[in-house]
Design a protein around this ligand. Structure first.
Ligand code: GLP
Length: 240
């Protein structure tokens, strides 16, 4: 596990961007595993700028996203479909047909999880971008999720509902459940880059990098992956 500590969010975004850019340059048909949340927005901005400079193209890129809330309309500005379109897909030359997210509006959620797992296993991410929950979650795999899990429906923990409520009008609007790629689906990626910033991630970063590998801290399993880079700012790295 490689750890890069940066001065601030901008530098964190740039370092993570360079890793993803290199994957795209090496393979214009690459499969990108993508994440939502505030942490990867700068990285997506940097990818858009590189596209605008003509350095990279997303024409033949395929994407799989980690997760989606259950029950939100796609038009809702809190849905992850909306997030991805706004922050990346509509700003580059990607074919939307090549982008994939679990469908939180599916009638049969279990069937949707099985479909998504098959899809993700078939594609295999050349690189998977990950944020980190303050409780050590990755995607929506909350503490206690089995390391061998595949795509599943999760009941969000109070701490995640609270963390994510800052993006909603009020806490009651935060969906109580979500669909998420499982930890095994994430670990199947060829390369993983984690972005984390801010003091509220310091504990999770410490446990991810130096803590015991335990299902109580989902991100701790990353210690076992052969190609992980953690890019975090000084505040998030404070306890290392
Ligand atoms: C949500 C997402 C995670 C993300 C986390 C951290 O719970 N499901 O994938 O990593 O938030 O978000 P942020 O980057 O905004 O701190």
């Amino acid at each position: 596990m490689k750890v890069i500590i940066t001065k601030n969010y901008e530098e964190m975004s740039e370092k993570a961007y360079e890793i993803v850019r290199d994957v795209i340059k090496a393979n214009p048909n690459a499969v990108l595993g993508l994440a939502t949340g505030s942490s990867p927005i700068g990285l997506y901005d940097d990818l858009v700028k590189a596209y605008e400079r003509g350095e990279i193209s997303f024409k033949n890129i395929r994407t799989v996203n980690l997760d989606e809330y259950v029950g939100l309309d796609y038009s809702s500005d809190q849905s992850y479909v909306y997030f991805m379109r706004k922050n990346l897909f509509e700003r580059v030359d990607i074919d939307l047909a090549n982008t994939n997210l679990p469908d939180g509006k599916a009638k049969d959620l279990e069937a949707e999880c099985a479909r998504y797992t098959k899809l993700v296993e078939g594609m295999q991410q050349d690189v998977q971008v990950l944020g980190l929950g303050s409780n050590g979650h990755i995607a929506f795999n909350e503490p206690g999720t089995p390391f061998d899990s595949t795509t599943h429906v999760v009941k969000l923990t109070e701490s995640t509902i609270k963390d994510n409520s800052r993006l909603f009008k009020n806490i009651d609007e935060v969906p109580r459940s979500a669909l998420t790629m499982g930890i095994a689906n994430i670990m199947n990626a060829k390369k993983i880059v984690v972005v984390a910033n801010g003091a509220n991630k310091a504990d999770a970063i410490y446990k991810t990098v130096k803590g015991e590998i335990t299902e109580a801290v989902p991100a701790s399993i990353l210690q076992k992956h052969p190609d992980v880079t953690i890019v975090c700012d000084e505040l998030a790295a404070a306890k290392l």
